[in-house]
Design a binder for this molecule. Structure first.
Ligand SMILES: CCCCCCCC/C=C\C/C=C/C(=O)SCCNC(=O)CCNC(=O)[C@H](O)C(C)(C)COP(=O)(O)OP(=O)(O)OC[C@H]1O[C@@H](n2cnc3c(N)ncnc32)[C@H](O)[C@@H]1OP(=O)(O)O
Length: 208
């Protein structure tokens, strides 16, 4: 399975910030449950999963990419990373766990505290992506890599993948409702709503 985007220049802009701003606790819980289930299915997928990152990939977009088995990113101006702290929010523990599994503890600690967004070359240097190529070569490169992976006996690959990812998946599975409630409480704090409001205004200002 290849994750790619139809939006030029944006692999994924992350979660819909407007869903987290001035929403109701009930809607927040439903929103979070949908995200949890999508992520559990992706990270736990038995399929070979590859990200064709042909544009920006902040926050939830970075989570999607990191949750794949292999990442190819376009060189140039695009950025990738978990930038949550810049929005005044905190990366959930399962976002953090996936990043830890991808780039290790020291790089994750720096990346998360700073809310760092990396260029493709920087992302390559810390292991956040596996390959950087010109934009037009992203999809052919993914397809070529996929052929390599498809040559591995499927049962052996799936057992290996499942055992490598089980602890992180089980950590969320065991506390889904608590995590959803925690998200709804956290996101509706006055201070967090204020930060999100300012961030939304800054996005709109950038456009004008
Ligand atoms: C103690 C533990 C507590 C734990 C509790 C858990 C709390 C944590 C909760 C959630 C985790 C959050 C994860 C996320 O994914 S948050 C989203 C982060 N995303 C971003 O920061 C990206 C913001 N967008 C951009 O930077 C840019 O839009 C871009 C680089 C992606 C693309 O730039 P450009 O091509 O120039 O497009 P525009 O900026 O003009 O955007 C077009 C349009 O789209 C709107 N928009 C962009 N991103 C989002 C988004 N993520 N959600 C909603 N809307 C978005 C943008 O505002 C423009 O809208 P318009 O003016 O109406 O056209």
């Amino acid at each position: 399975m290849v994750l790619a985007s139809a939006a030029p220049g944006i692999f994924s802009a992350g979660l819909d910030i407007l869903e987290m701003y001035q929403s109701t606790p009930e809607r927040c819980v439903a929103f979070w449950r949908a995200l949890q289930d999508a992520w559990l299915n992706l990270y736990g997928s038995r399929l070979i999963t590859m990200a064709a990152i042909e544009g920006h990939s902040p926050a939830g977009g970075c989570l999607l990419a990191m949750s794949c088995d292999y990442r190819v990113m376009a060189e140039g101006k695009f950025q990738i990373g978990l930038n949550e702290t810049k929005l005044g929010i905190v990366a959930p523990f399962w976002f953090t766990d996936v990043m830890l599994n991808t780039i290790g503890h020291r790089e994750t600690e720096k990346a998360l505290q700073l809310g760092a967004l990396y260029s493709a070359q920087q992302a390559l240097s810390i292991g956040l992506v596996d390959k950087v190529v010109p934009l037009a070569e992203v999809m052919p490169t993914v397809e070529g890599e996929l052929k390599n992976w498809l040559q591995i006996p499927a049962a052996a690959r799936v057992i290996t993948k499942t055992s490598m990812r089980k602890a992180v998946l089980d950590r969320l599975r065991s506390q889904k409702e608590k995590d959803a409630q925690f998200f709804a409480d956290f996101i509706n704090r006055d201070s967090v709503q204020k930060s999100l409001g300012m961030y939304i205004a800054s996005l709109q200002k950038k456009k004008n």
